[in-house]
Design a protein around this ligand. Structure first.
Ligand SMILES: NC(=O)c1ccc[n+]([C@@H]2O[C@H](COP(=O)([O-])OP(=O)(O)OC[C@H]3O[C@@H](n4cnc5c(N)ncnc54)[C@H](O)[C@@H]3O)[C@@H](O)[C@H]2O)c1
Length: 364
């Protein structure tokens, strides 16, 4: 089962890591390093089995190859998963053991935060490897990546507005935000500043209460079902994956979908949700394109973190989104396909695989 999965997905390298002393069980997957070292976060999750963890890390690392390529980063796709309950099994010793496995790859894999891992965890992982990003500013890190994730989503949304309405602004538009956690609430700040009306929903009532206390003009709805049915110009998923299924797409009244959540399309590829959106005349700004600000932020850490440099780079999400939406129209394909093609072109122009750290290339 394992070898079949790996071969099918075309991964360069998959490393199974175990450390009996700390109970660590982890997998690191490098999908494609044509553009440079694999970069992607580490997910800490109570997987039901090793096979389930493997399937997840293969899928996630592959998605990072595309995300890093369209973001214009010199990084390939990589991802790590640690098997276990982060609330019960996460210890400093286990994180340091994981860091040693990351270090053992000599810089071919660069890690960061993901679901179940936080800035403080990357500080600990970083005690045993040079290749941990998303650390705290006190340790020279980039800190909370949602800052530039939200900024990038805002840039993607401005580009979609330019494409659809001819103006790169959300002023006077009604934007619905599903999920006002770290990304959604920062996005709300920027939209309000731009002059948009914002409608939100979140399963966590505290998150909504805090936001409305800060911004009394924000309107809160009961749940995502209500938000989807609302008269909106833009719908922005910023909670969990799988936000766009067929039912949701059929109910949507917005002209644009653009949000930070990962893996929004429930059904990918031919006949999938992206095509349904297109049939309904809804412009979809691909998630992995517009939410790349976070990975841009943490990648900057490898060069001595500079927030302004990372912000300038994230601002290019505006141009990339516009380019993708225009080429989707020109090539008569969905924006998801156009973004994949952009990634493929960049990867095809990359170097030989596997990428090796400087000074370790060998001519044979
Ligand atoms: N933080 C980043 O840098 C980053 C980068 C890229 C992608 N993303 C993606 O963006 C999304 C949001 O990330 P985040 O860091 O803000 O996470 P978060 O956990 O801070 O916020 C998510 C919010 O969504 C809410 N939520 C969960 N289920 C919901 C539902 N069914 N309906 C309404 N609200 C619901 C939660 O209560 C929470 O407030 C995730 O999909 C994440 O994978 C985040």
């Amino acid at each position: 089962m394992a070898t079949e999965l790996i071969t099918l997905a075309g991964h360069e390298q998959v490393v199974f890591c175990t450390d009996p002393d700390t109970g660590l069980r982890a997998i690191i997957a490098l999908h494609d390093t044509a553009l440079g070292p694999g970069l992607g976060g580490t997910r800490f999750h109570p997987y039901a089995s090793m096979d389930q963890a493997l399937a997840d890390v293969l899928r996630l690392s592959r998605a990072m190859t595309s995300k890093n390529a369209v973001a214009g980063l010199d990084h390939g796709g990589g991802k790590g998963v640690i098997l276990g309950d982060p609330n019960r099994d996460k210890t400093p010793e286990l994180l340091r053991a994981y860091g040693r496995f990351v270090e053992s790859l000599g810089g071919r894999y660069v890690t960061a935060c993901d679901v179940g891992t936080y800035v403080a965890d990357m500080d600990v992982v970083g005690e045993s490897t040079r290749w941990a990003t998303g650390r705290s500013p006190e340790r020279g890190g980039a800190g909370d990546s949602s800052v530039l994730t939200a900024y990038g989503v805002f840039q993607g949304m401005r580009a979609a507005a330019q494409h659809v309405w001819g103006e790169p602004t959300l002023a006077g538009r009604r934007v619905g935000i599903a999920g006002v956690g770290k990304v959604g609430r920062r996005l709300t700040d920027q939209l309000l500043e731009d002059g948009a009306q914002v409608v939100v929903t979140d399963v966590n009532p505290d998150a909504v209460r805090d936001l409305v206390a800060r911004h009394p003009s924000v309107c809160a709805l009961n749940d995502v079902d209500d938000l989807v049915r609302e008269e909106l110009d833009v719908y922005s998923p910023n909670a969990l994956g799988g936000a766009l299924d067929e039912v949701t797409v059929d109910l949507l009244r917005a002209r644009i979908v653009c949000g930070g959540a990962n893996n929004q399309l429930v059904s990918e590829g031919h006949g999938g949700t992206a095509e349904r959106l297109r049939e309904r005349g809804i412009t979809y700004a691909p998630d992995f394109l517009v939410n790349a600000g976070g990975v841009i932020q943490v990648s900057d850490e490898l060069h001595g973190f500079d927030m302004e440099r990372a912000r300038r780079r994230t601002a290019t999400i505006f141009d990339h989104t516009l380019e993708v939406l225009r080429s989707a129209d020109a090539e008569d394909v969905t924006p998801a396909v156009a973004a994949d093609r952009l990634a493929e072109r960049r990867i095809a122009a990359g170097g030989p695989r596997p990428w090796l750290p400087a000074g370790e290339h060998r001519d044979t």
